[in-house]
Design a protein around this ligand. Structure first.
Ligand code: ZN
Length: 269
């Protein structure tokens, strides 16, 4: 048994037995880690609110390599991301980010780049830096690239022409073709010129900044959301119907101003 201190983001915190919690972390050093926090329940419990989901913590674990579940011995809150929780849209999409990391990463699959990306996007939500949904798209595009399934949309993969008029996106290849070049095989979807342009902008290094100036139509957003979800699902063979997004999708609206606040009471992340 050994002690290990990690820089981590809490993804989930579930009740466990009478007084404990099982906490899922995504850590810089070890990727996904699950640990029991004994006596963590209740306001005055050990670790109090330090182990709530969506916080950055420094956590010390007692590690036994043969076990799937480690034990928390100490936890300090580094960044509570409290302002994300003040806004329904930001918290919904930040929660979707958290859920996506939990589904796409697994033990033994650690990546410092994914950790940095996770922190960057949470920081952007914390500071209210852009359109919440576009930030989520930018996150998915960068995440896909880090996992080895980058999307390439700059030009037609066949003839190299620009795709202002849209084209056909091939999921296996992660590339887009103009109507003339599309080979007509494998899973694919058609994509409009506006959605191509949006994904290109968000996929650049300054994708977060782009999220604060672009204002695509609802149709383009829906098309982009579908494309990114199916692309990740295709390559990871993981169902990505995210709980966090069910509300936003069921209301069919991504504009905070269109949402009556009365509908949102009692909604928990
Ligand atoms: Zn072409």
């Amino acid at each position: 048994m050994s002690l290990l201190t990690l820089d981590a983001v809490t993804l989930r915190s579930q009740h466990y037995r009478e007084t404990s919690r099982i906490v899922t972390f995504y850590s810089r050093q070890r990727g996904l880690v699950k640990a029991v926090a004994k006596g963590a329940r209740g306001k005055r419990g050990r670790f109090a609110s330090t182990l709530e989901p969506m916080q950055r913590v420094r956590v010390t674990l007692s590690i036994r390599e043969s076990r799937e579940l480690q034990t928390v011995t100490q936890a300090d809150l580094l960044q509570p991301f409290a302002r994300i929780r003040e806004d329904l849209f930001r918290s919904t999409y930040a929660q979707a980010v958290i859920e996506l990391v939990g589904r796409l990463m697994w033990q033994e699959n650690s990546s410092e780049d994914v950790y940095d990306l996770l922190l960057n996007v949470l920081q952007a939500y914390e500071e209210g830096l852009g359109d919440s949904q576009l930030l989520f798209f930018a996150f998915q595009i960068h995440m896909a690239a880090l996992l080895g399934y980058a999307v390439h949309l700059e030009r037609c993969a066949g003839c190299g022409s620009a795709l202002g008029g849209g084209g056909t996106f091939s999921f296996p290849q992660g590339t887009v073709f103009c109507r003339r070049c599309y080979p007509g095989e494998g899973a694919a979807t058609s994509i409009s010129g506006e959605a191509v342009e949006l994904a290109i902008q968000l996929g650049r290094r300054q994708g977060v900044a782009a999220a604060s100036v672009l204002s695509p139509s609802r149709e383009v957003r829906q098309q982009t959301a579908r494309l990114l979800r199916h692309h990740l699902e295709y390559h990871t063979e993981t169902d990505l119907a995210l709980r966090a997004l069910r509300l936003a999708e069921s209301l069919g609206s991504y504009n905070p101003n269109e949402l009556p606040s009365a509908d949102l009471k009692g909604v928990k992340n």
